[in-house]
Design a protein around this ligand. Structure first.
Ligand SMILES: Cc1cc2nc3c(=O)[nH]c(=O)nc-3n(C[C@H](O)[C@H](O)[C@H](O)COP(=O)(O)O)c2cc1C
Length: 434
């Protein structure tokens, strides 16, 4: 059976599923129950320095975006870092770590961008016996207005400076958690690496307003008539997170920098995809908040079954395997030709493919009087819109044409020329590729 044991930065955990820093990891009670349910590790909800208490709003903190079946697709929150006393958290971390030596406990931290503040808190964290720290440079609301969280994560020089302090005053692994609220995520990742970070984790939440109440004319969640942007997470952010992860994984400047993948991980497949893109493990928040801690059972069994099927015996067999296949647009093979094919047995004759293609795209689907829908190969550019709008999975497929066949749309022989498109001189990216 596949071995899910993970050694991320030398920190062992029985599986690659860690809970991300958030309400599920805010207290001993939760973390113990999470470990009993099977989670491999946790990143404890972000601790701040001793001082003025952190005070959360006393109204709704969350907003959501739903699919048609009211399944939650995206979650928005305006919550701050932990509002529990530092000392209480430190004592709880120490107790839980002592009782669960085989699980990973990482402590998330956010203190002001001053050396003394880090120098003060790091020995306290070291004393808990936790396995490492994660620097929260990503929280996009509440703390960022006070010069912390995303306010640090958006300035590579600050990231490098604070990471260096942490490496100086703390002996265990330092993970830098990145904000997605930035144009080019490679820059903060490279800064973290220059500062000596052992790894980066991403993404934290994305600035968002999920809805506006059209009676009170205020963004939701609304606190006494006003709302502010929050942080967006859940399944909706996974594509953004994976793109950012892949940018870091394939950037020569950050080559070899371990990555912990976060953002919308809900199933074993999501986790496997992040890991194929170079993540040594994954962190989960929204899925646990929606479905409870036991959701990890399906993640573990699903990943293990898939690995057995594929003949992978350890995670290392597939971590990073998709990275070489992430490329820039100009390296895509323009001689590759596919055509849509509709499975008539599966088709429910709803006509959504026809409406989409006829009205907005390439007029490449015909509709007969008795509602039989067929692809017109001579018009089909294989854009995939019909596949995307079809309500029946696998009813419409994109089938590649074989080399030597003639594309009825262009009259050209498929893939006969330029078998190796990437290095062909007519490829605008060929020079860069060499
Ligand atoms: C209610 C809530 C509170 C959060 N608090 C923190 C926090 O204190 N520190 C932190 O680094 N990230 C925090 N996050 C962000 C998560 O750790 C994670 O990066 C984000 O939710 C994306 O993962 P997901 O799509 O699995 O939820 C919070 C997220 C939510 C929903």
């Amino acid at each position: 059976m596949a071995d899910l044991t993970t050694e991320f930065l030398g920190i062992k955990s029985p599986n690659p599923f860690w809970l991300a820093s958030a309400p599920p990891t805010d207290k001993e009670y939760n973390v113990r129950r999470a470990f009993e349910a099977g989670w491999g590790g946790v990143v404890w909800k972000t601790l701040g320095m001793e001082g003025p208490p952190v005070v959360n709003v006393n109204g709704p903190r969350y907003g959501a975006i739903y699919g048609a079946d009211r399944r939650l697709l995206g979650l928005n929150n305006i919550e701050l870092i932990t509002d529990r006393p530092l000392q209480t958290n430190l004592e709880e971390i120490k107790r839980v770590k002592a009782d669960y030596p085989d699980r990973a406990i990482i402590v998330s931290l956010m203190v002001p961008c001053e050396e003394q503040a880090w120098k003060d808190i790091l020995p306290l964290v070291e004393d808990t016996g936790a396995d490492g720290i994660e620097l929260n440079f990503g929280c996009p609301h509440g703390m960022s207005e006070r010069g912390m969280g995303a306010a640090v994560g958006q300035v590579p020089e600050y990231i490098e400076m604070v990471t260096r302090w942490c490496k100086q005053y703390y002996s265990k692994p330092v993970i830098v958690k990145l904000t997605p609220n930035i144009t080019d995520v490679r820059k903060p990742a490279a800064a973290a690496m220059r500062g000596g970070a052992d790894a980066v984790s991403l993404i934290n939440t994305i600035n968002s307003i999920t809805s506006v109440n059209l009676d009170s004319m205020s963004p939701e969640p609304t606190i006494d008539g006003k709302g502010s942007h929050g942080g967006y997470c859940g399944p909706a952010v996974k594509p953004i997170a994976m793109s950012m992860v892949s940018e870091i994984a394939r950037n020569p400047e950050t080559q070899g920098l371990p990555i912990s993948g976060i953002g919308g991980v809900t199933t074993w497949r999501d986790a496997a995809e992040f890991m194929a893109l170079g993540c040594g493990n994954v962190q989960v928040c929204t899925a646990a908040m929606i479905y409870g801690f036991k959701v990890v059972e399906e993640m573990i069994s699903g990943l293990s079954d898939w690995m057995d099927e594929k003949g992978y015996t350890s995670l290392q067999d597939f971590v990073g395997r998709a990275v070489p296949n992430v490329t820039d647009w100009q390296y895509l093979n323009l001689n590759y030709v596919a055509k849509a094919k509709i499975d008539q047995d599966a088709c429910i004759k709803c006509g959504r493919c026809y409406a989409a293609c006829e009205d907005t795209s390439h007029q490449a689907i015909s509709m007969s009087a008795d509602r039989v829908f067929e692809v017109i190969d001579a018009e089909c550019v294989a854009c995939n819109l019909c596949v995307d709008v079809c309500p029946i999975e696998d009813c419409i497929s994109m089938l590649p044409m074989a080399a030597g066949e003639v594309d009825p749309r262009t009259g050209k022989v498929v893939q006969e020329e330029y078998a190796n498109w990437t290095t062909h001189p007519n490829n605008p990216g060929a020079c860069a590729a060499e």
